[in-house]
Design a binder for this molecule. Structure first.
Ligand SMILES: [Zn+2]
Ligand SMILES: [Zn+2]
Length: 297
């Protein structure tokens, strides 16, 4: 039997979230814009959740929360590797990476491993990730890397982990440093309430998509056939997209262009769907998988 994390989400409200943002002009902050400017920008872009995650420095920005947007605590734990410790009010840099992951979970937070293919390929390697336990996901898209060296895309790393049986959530973050980075890549999370607990649970349930512009419409499993549709957020004449069904080891199982697409599963351990619009906007769904074949790391 296949597990489809989007089974009950046909009419879901999708909340925009960015968990990787640098802000503040003090030491270690890495950003050049004040929290006032940065939170205003994300509010204008319609975000529901924002985490200001500076390098090895914790400061709560929850006083910037309002009815529209909830500020989430977090830090970008930064050694020779980077990871987001989200939802906690501590800076864990004095601990080794694995201990910091465990501590984050103990405090009710979650961990996202950052930009695996920046500054070079497999910088945060799948081998290293296979040794770690307790993290929730990795950045499969990181916007700022698209204007730096290396790659901001890490679906190859994601497929390595999924193929090894690790149920790793794919995240999409801006890694905001300058204004031009804002609102480009985002997570879409299906939770009814805009609070941390509801959002956290939705992520653990994989009710989340990684996006650079497209939104999910449906991702249904009828029998063994997966039916998928995506859309741009504003009604557009552009409704033909490229749908790619990806299986273990990154194998392309089917590629179709149309207003929606479908694929009949053939016993693959997992299948995930990528959608691409004419303008290059992407949407990555989390995988459907055979019960028992994928487990959280
Ligand atoms: Zn980083
Ligand atoms: Zn960063």
């Amino acid at each position: 039997m296949y597990i489809n994390p989007y089974e009950k989400l046909d009419n879901a409200v999708w909340h925009k979230a960015n968990f990787h943002t640098h802000s503040g002009t003090g030491p270690k902050t890495c950003g050049v814009h004040s929290p006032e400017e940065v939170t205003a920008l994300y509010r204008e872009y319609g975000y529901s959740f924002l985490c200001l995650s500076n390098h090895n420095e914790f400061r709560s920005f929850q006083n910037y929360s309002d009815e529209q947007m909830t500020l989430i605590d977090g830090v970008e734990y930064t050694t020779d590797l980077h990871m987001l410790t989200v939802g906690i009010q501590e800076n864990l840099i004095d601990m080794p990476l694995q201990d910091a992951i465990i501590r984050t979970n103990q405090l009710g937070g979650f961990v996202v491993l950052c930009h695996p293919n920046w500054p070079k390929k497999a910088w945060f390697s799948p081998e290293m990730m296979l040794e770690l336990t307790g993290y929730t996901g990795i950045e499969v898209l990181n916007a700022v890397c698209f204007r730096l060296q290396g790659s901001g895309r890490a679906t190859d790393v994601w497929d390595s982990l999924l193929s090894a049986g690790k149920l790793v959530t794919g995240f999409s973050n801006d890694d905001f440093h300058a204004m031009a980075d804002g609102g480009r890549f985002f997570n879409l999370i299906a939770c009814e309430e805009k609070n941390y607990d509801a959002m956290y649970q939705a992520i653990q349930d994989n009710a989340i998509c990684a996006s650079s512009g497209l939104y999910p419409v449906f991702h249904r499993l009828e029998g063994e056939t997966l039916h998928v549709k995506a859309a741009l957020p504003i009604e557009s004449y552009l409704d033909n997209y490229e749908y790619t069904f990806v299986g273990p080891n990154g194998q392309i199982l089917s590629r179709q262009v149309g207003t929606e697409a479908s694929y009949t599963l053939c016993g693959e351990a997992y299948v995930r769907v990528e959608v691409r619009a004419e303008g290059g906007q992407l949407l990555f769904f989390q995988p459907v998988y055979q019960e028992g074949t994928l487990v959280r790391p």
